[in-house]
Design a protein around this ligand. Structure first.
Ligand code: THU
Length: 138
């Protein structure tokens, strides 16, 4: 199956990368999500002098979409300032698994190298709402 045109989504992720607030790590990550209604939400990583308060770009973008009432994420693009295309952190994989389970994920660097993946490939055998539902049913 051919992939849809993700040009606008990738542009939004690149903008988010430029706008990221990462004064401590200097590692600016940009993310953007495309929703079923056709809207694009972007987010860059958002650091804090109290380091653990930092939120990754993927979560800023996903939370922004959900905060706007969106519930179906079609695709997620993530830009990292790395030589090789990098993959989301473990915490973000957990959040993607629940908030964007059916999404296509486009990972890319500034040079435009891309890799396509899925929530399931990033987090096989992940924990999610299904386990909570099963427990309630027993
Ligand atoms: N970061 C992200 O935004 N996404 C990831 O998937 C990995 C890491 C951010 C967190 C922190 O601001 C900086 O990159 C360095 O870890």
């Amino acid at each position: 199956m051919s992939e849809p045109d993700y040009t606008a989504l990738i542009e939004a992720a690149l903008t988010a990368h430029e706008l990221a607030y990462a004064p401590y790590s200097q590692f600016q990550v940009g993310a953007a999500v495309l929703t079923a209604s056709g809207r694009i939400f972007r987010g860059g990583n958002l650091e804090n002098a109290a380091y653990p308060m930092t939120v990754c770009a993927e979560r800023v973008a996903l939370f922004s979409a959900y905060a706007a009432g969106e519930r179906t994420i079609v695709a997620l693009a993530v830009v990292t300032p790395t030589a090789a295309v990098a993959s989301p952190c473990g915490a973000c994989r957990q959040v993607i698994f629940e908030l964007a389970p059916q999404s296509r994920i486009i990972l890319l660097n500034r040079a435009g190298h891309q890799r396509l993946t899925t929530p399931h490939a990033l987090l096989p055998d992940g924990f999610g709402p299904t386990q909570l539902d099963e427990a309630r049913a027993t």
